[in-house]
Write a new protein. Structure first.
Length: 180
């Protein structure tokens, strides 16, 4: 088995950073959900809040790194212009965007999937950063503020949905037209 440089960056972007984002999300969601005064002692609340602040900031940073590597490292290979008269076989191998647009059977992968993916992906780090900021700002007070905590959990969920949609489209598109 061998990986090209493009393969390696695609794996780092999608599977590496994407997996870390999912793990951070799961931990953060559990932490936010269980941040209730009736479930945790005051000392436990402080310790849990410190962990939650660190975890949400790590998740936000991972989301930013994922989107930035996708936009500025992986995506330029996807959108590279092909020389005139390039065969469909070469398009499939070296110019994924042009390959997808070259057939009505695959064009929807670009016109809907990739266009939607590249825009919705930016919502994940923006929302994750908002969550991290609110968790840091309110800290242990979130336990006494169920409405704010619910709003933060909702933002957290929306960040996850944005990342999941972008990740699924990215995986499917890479299957149809790899960036290698």
């Amino acid at each position: 088995m061998s990986l090209t440089g493009r393969d390696l960056w695609t794996v780092i972007h999608g599977m590496g950073l994407g997996a870390l984002f999912l793990l951070a999300f799961a931990g953060g969601l559990a932490g936010l959900w269980s941040l209730r005064p009736e479930w945790v002692t005051i000392q436990g609340m402080r310790e849990r809040t410190r962990r939650l602040i660190a975890g949400t900031w790590v998740m936000a940073i991972i989301a930013w790194v994922t989107v930035i590597t996708g936009t500025y490292v992986v995506y330029p290979w996807y959108r590279a212009p092909a020389p005139q008269g390039t065969s469909r076989d070469v398009l499939a191998e070296q110019y994924p965007r042009i390959f997808l647009l070259s057939s009505p059977d695959t064009a929807l992968w670009h016109t809907f999937g990739m266009e939607w993916k590249e825009h919705v992906a930016w919502l994940a780090p923006i929302l994750a950063t908002a969550v991290a900021f609110v968790v840091m700002r309110y800290g242990t007070r979130l336990a006494q503020m169920p409405q704010v905590r619910t709003a933060v959990i909702t933002l957290f969920g929306l960040a996850f949905l944005a990342a999941a949609a972008a990740g699924l489209f990215g995986a499917f598109i890479n299957k149809v037209a790899p960036t290698t």
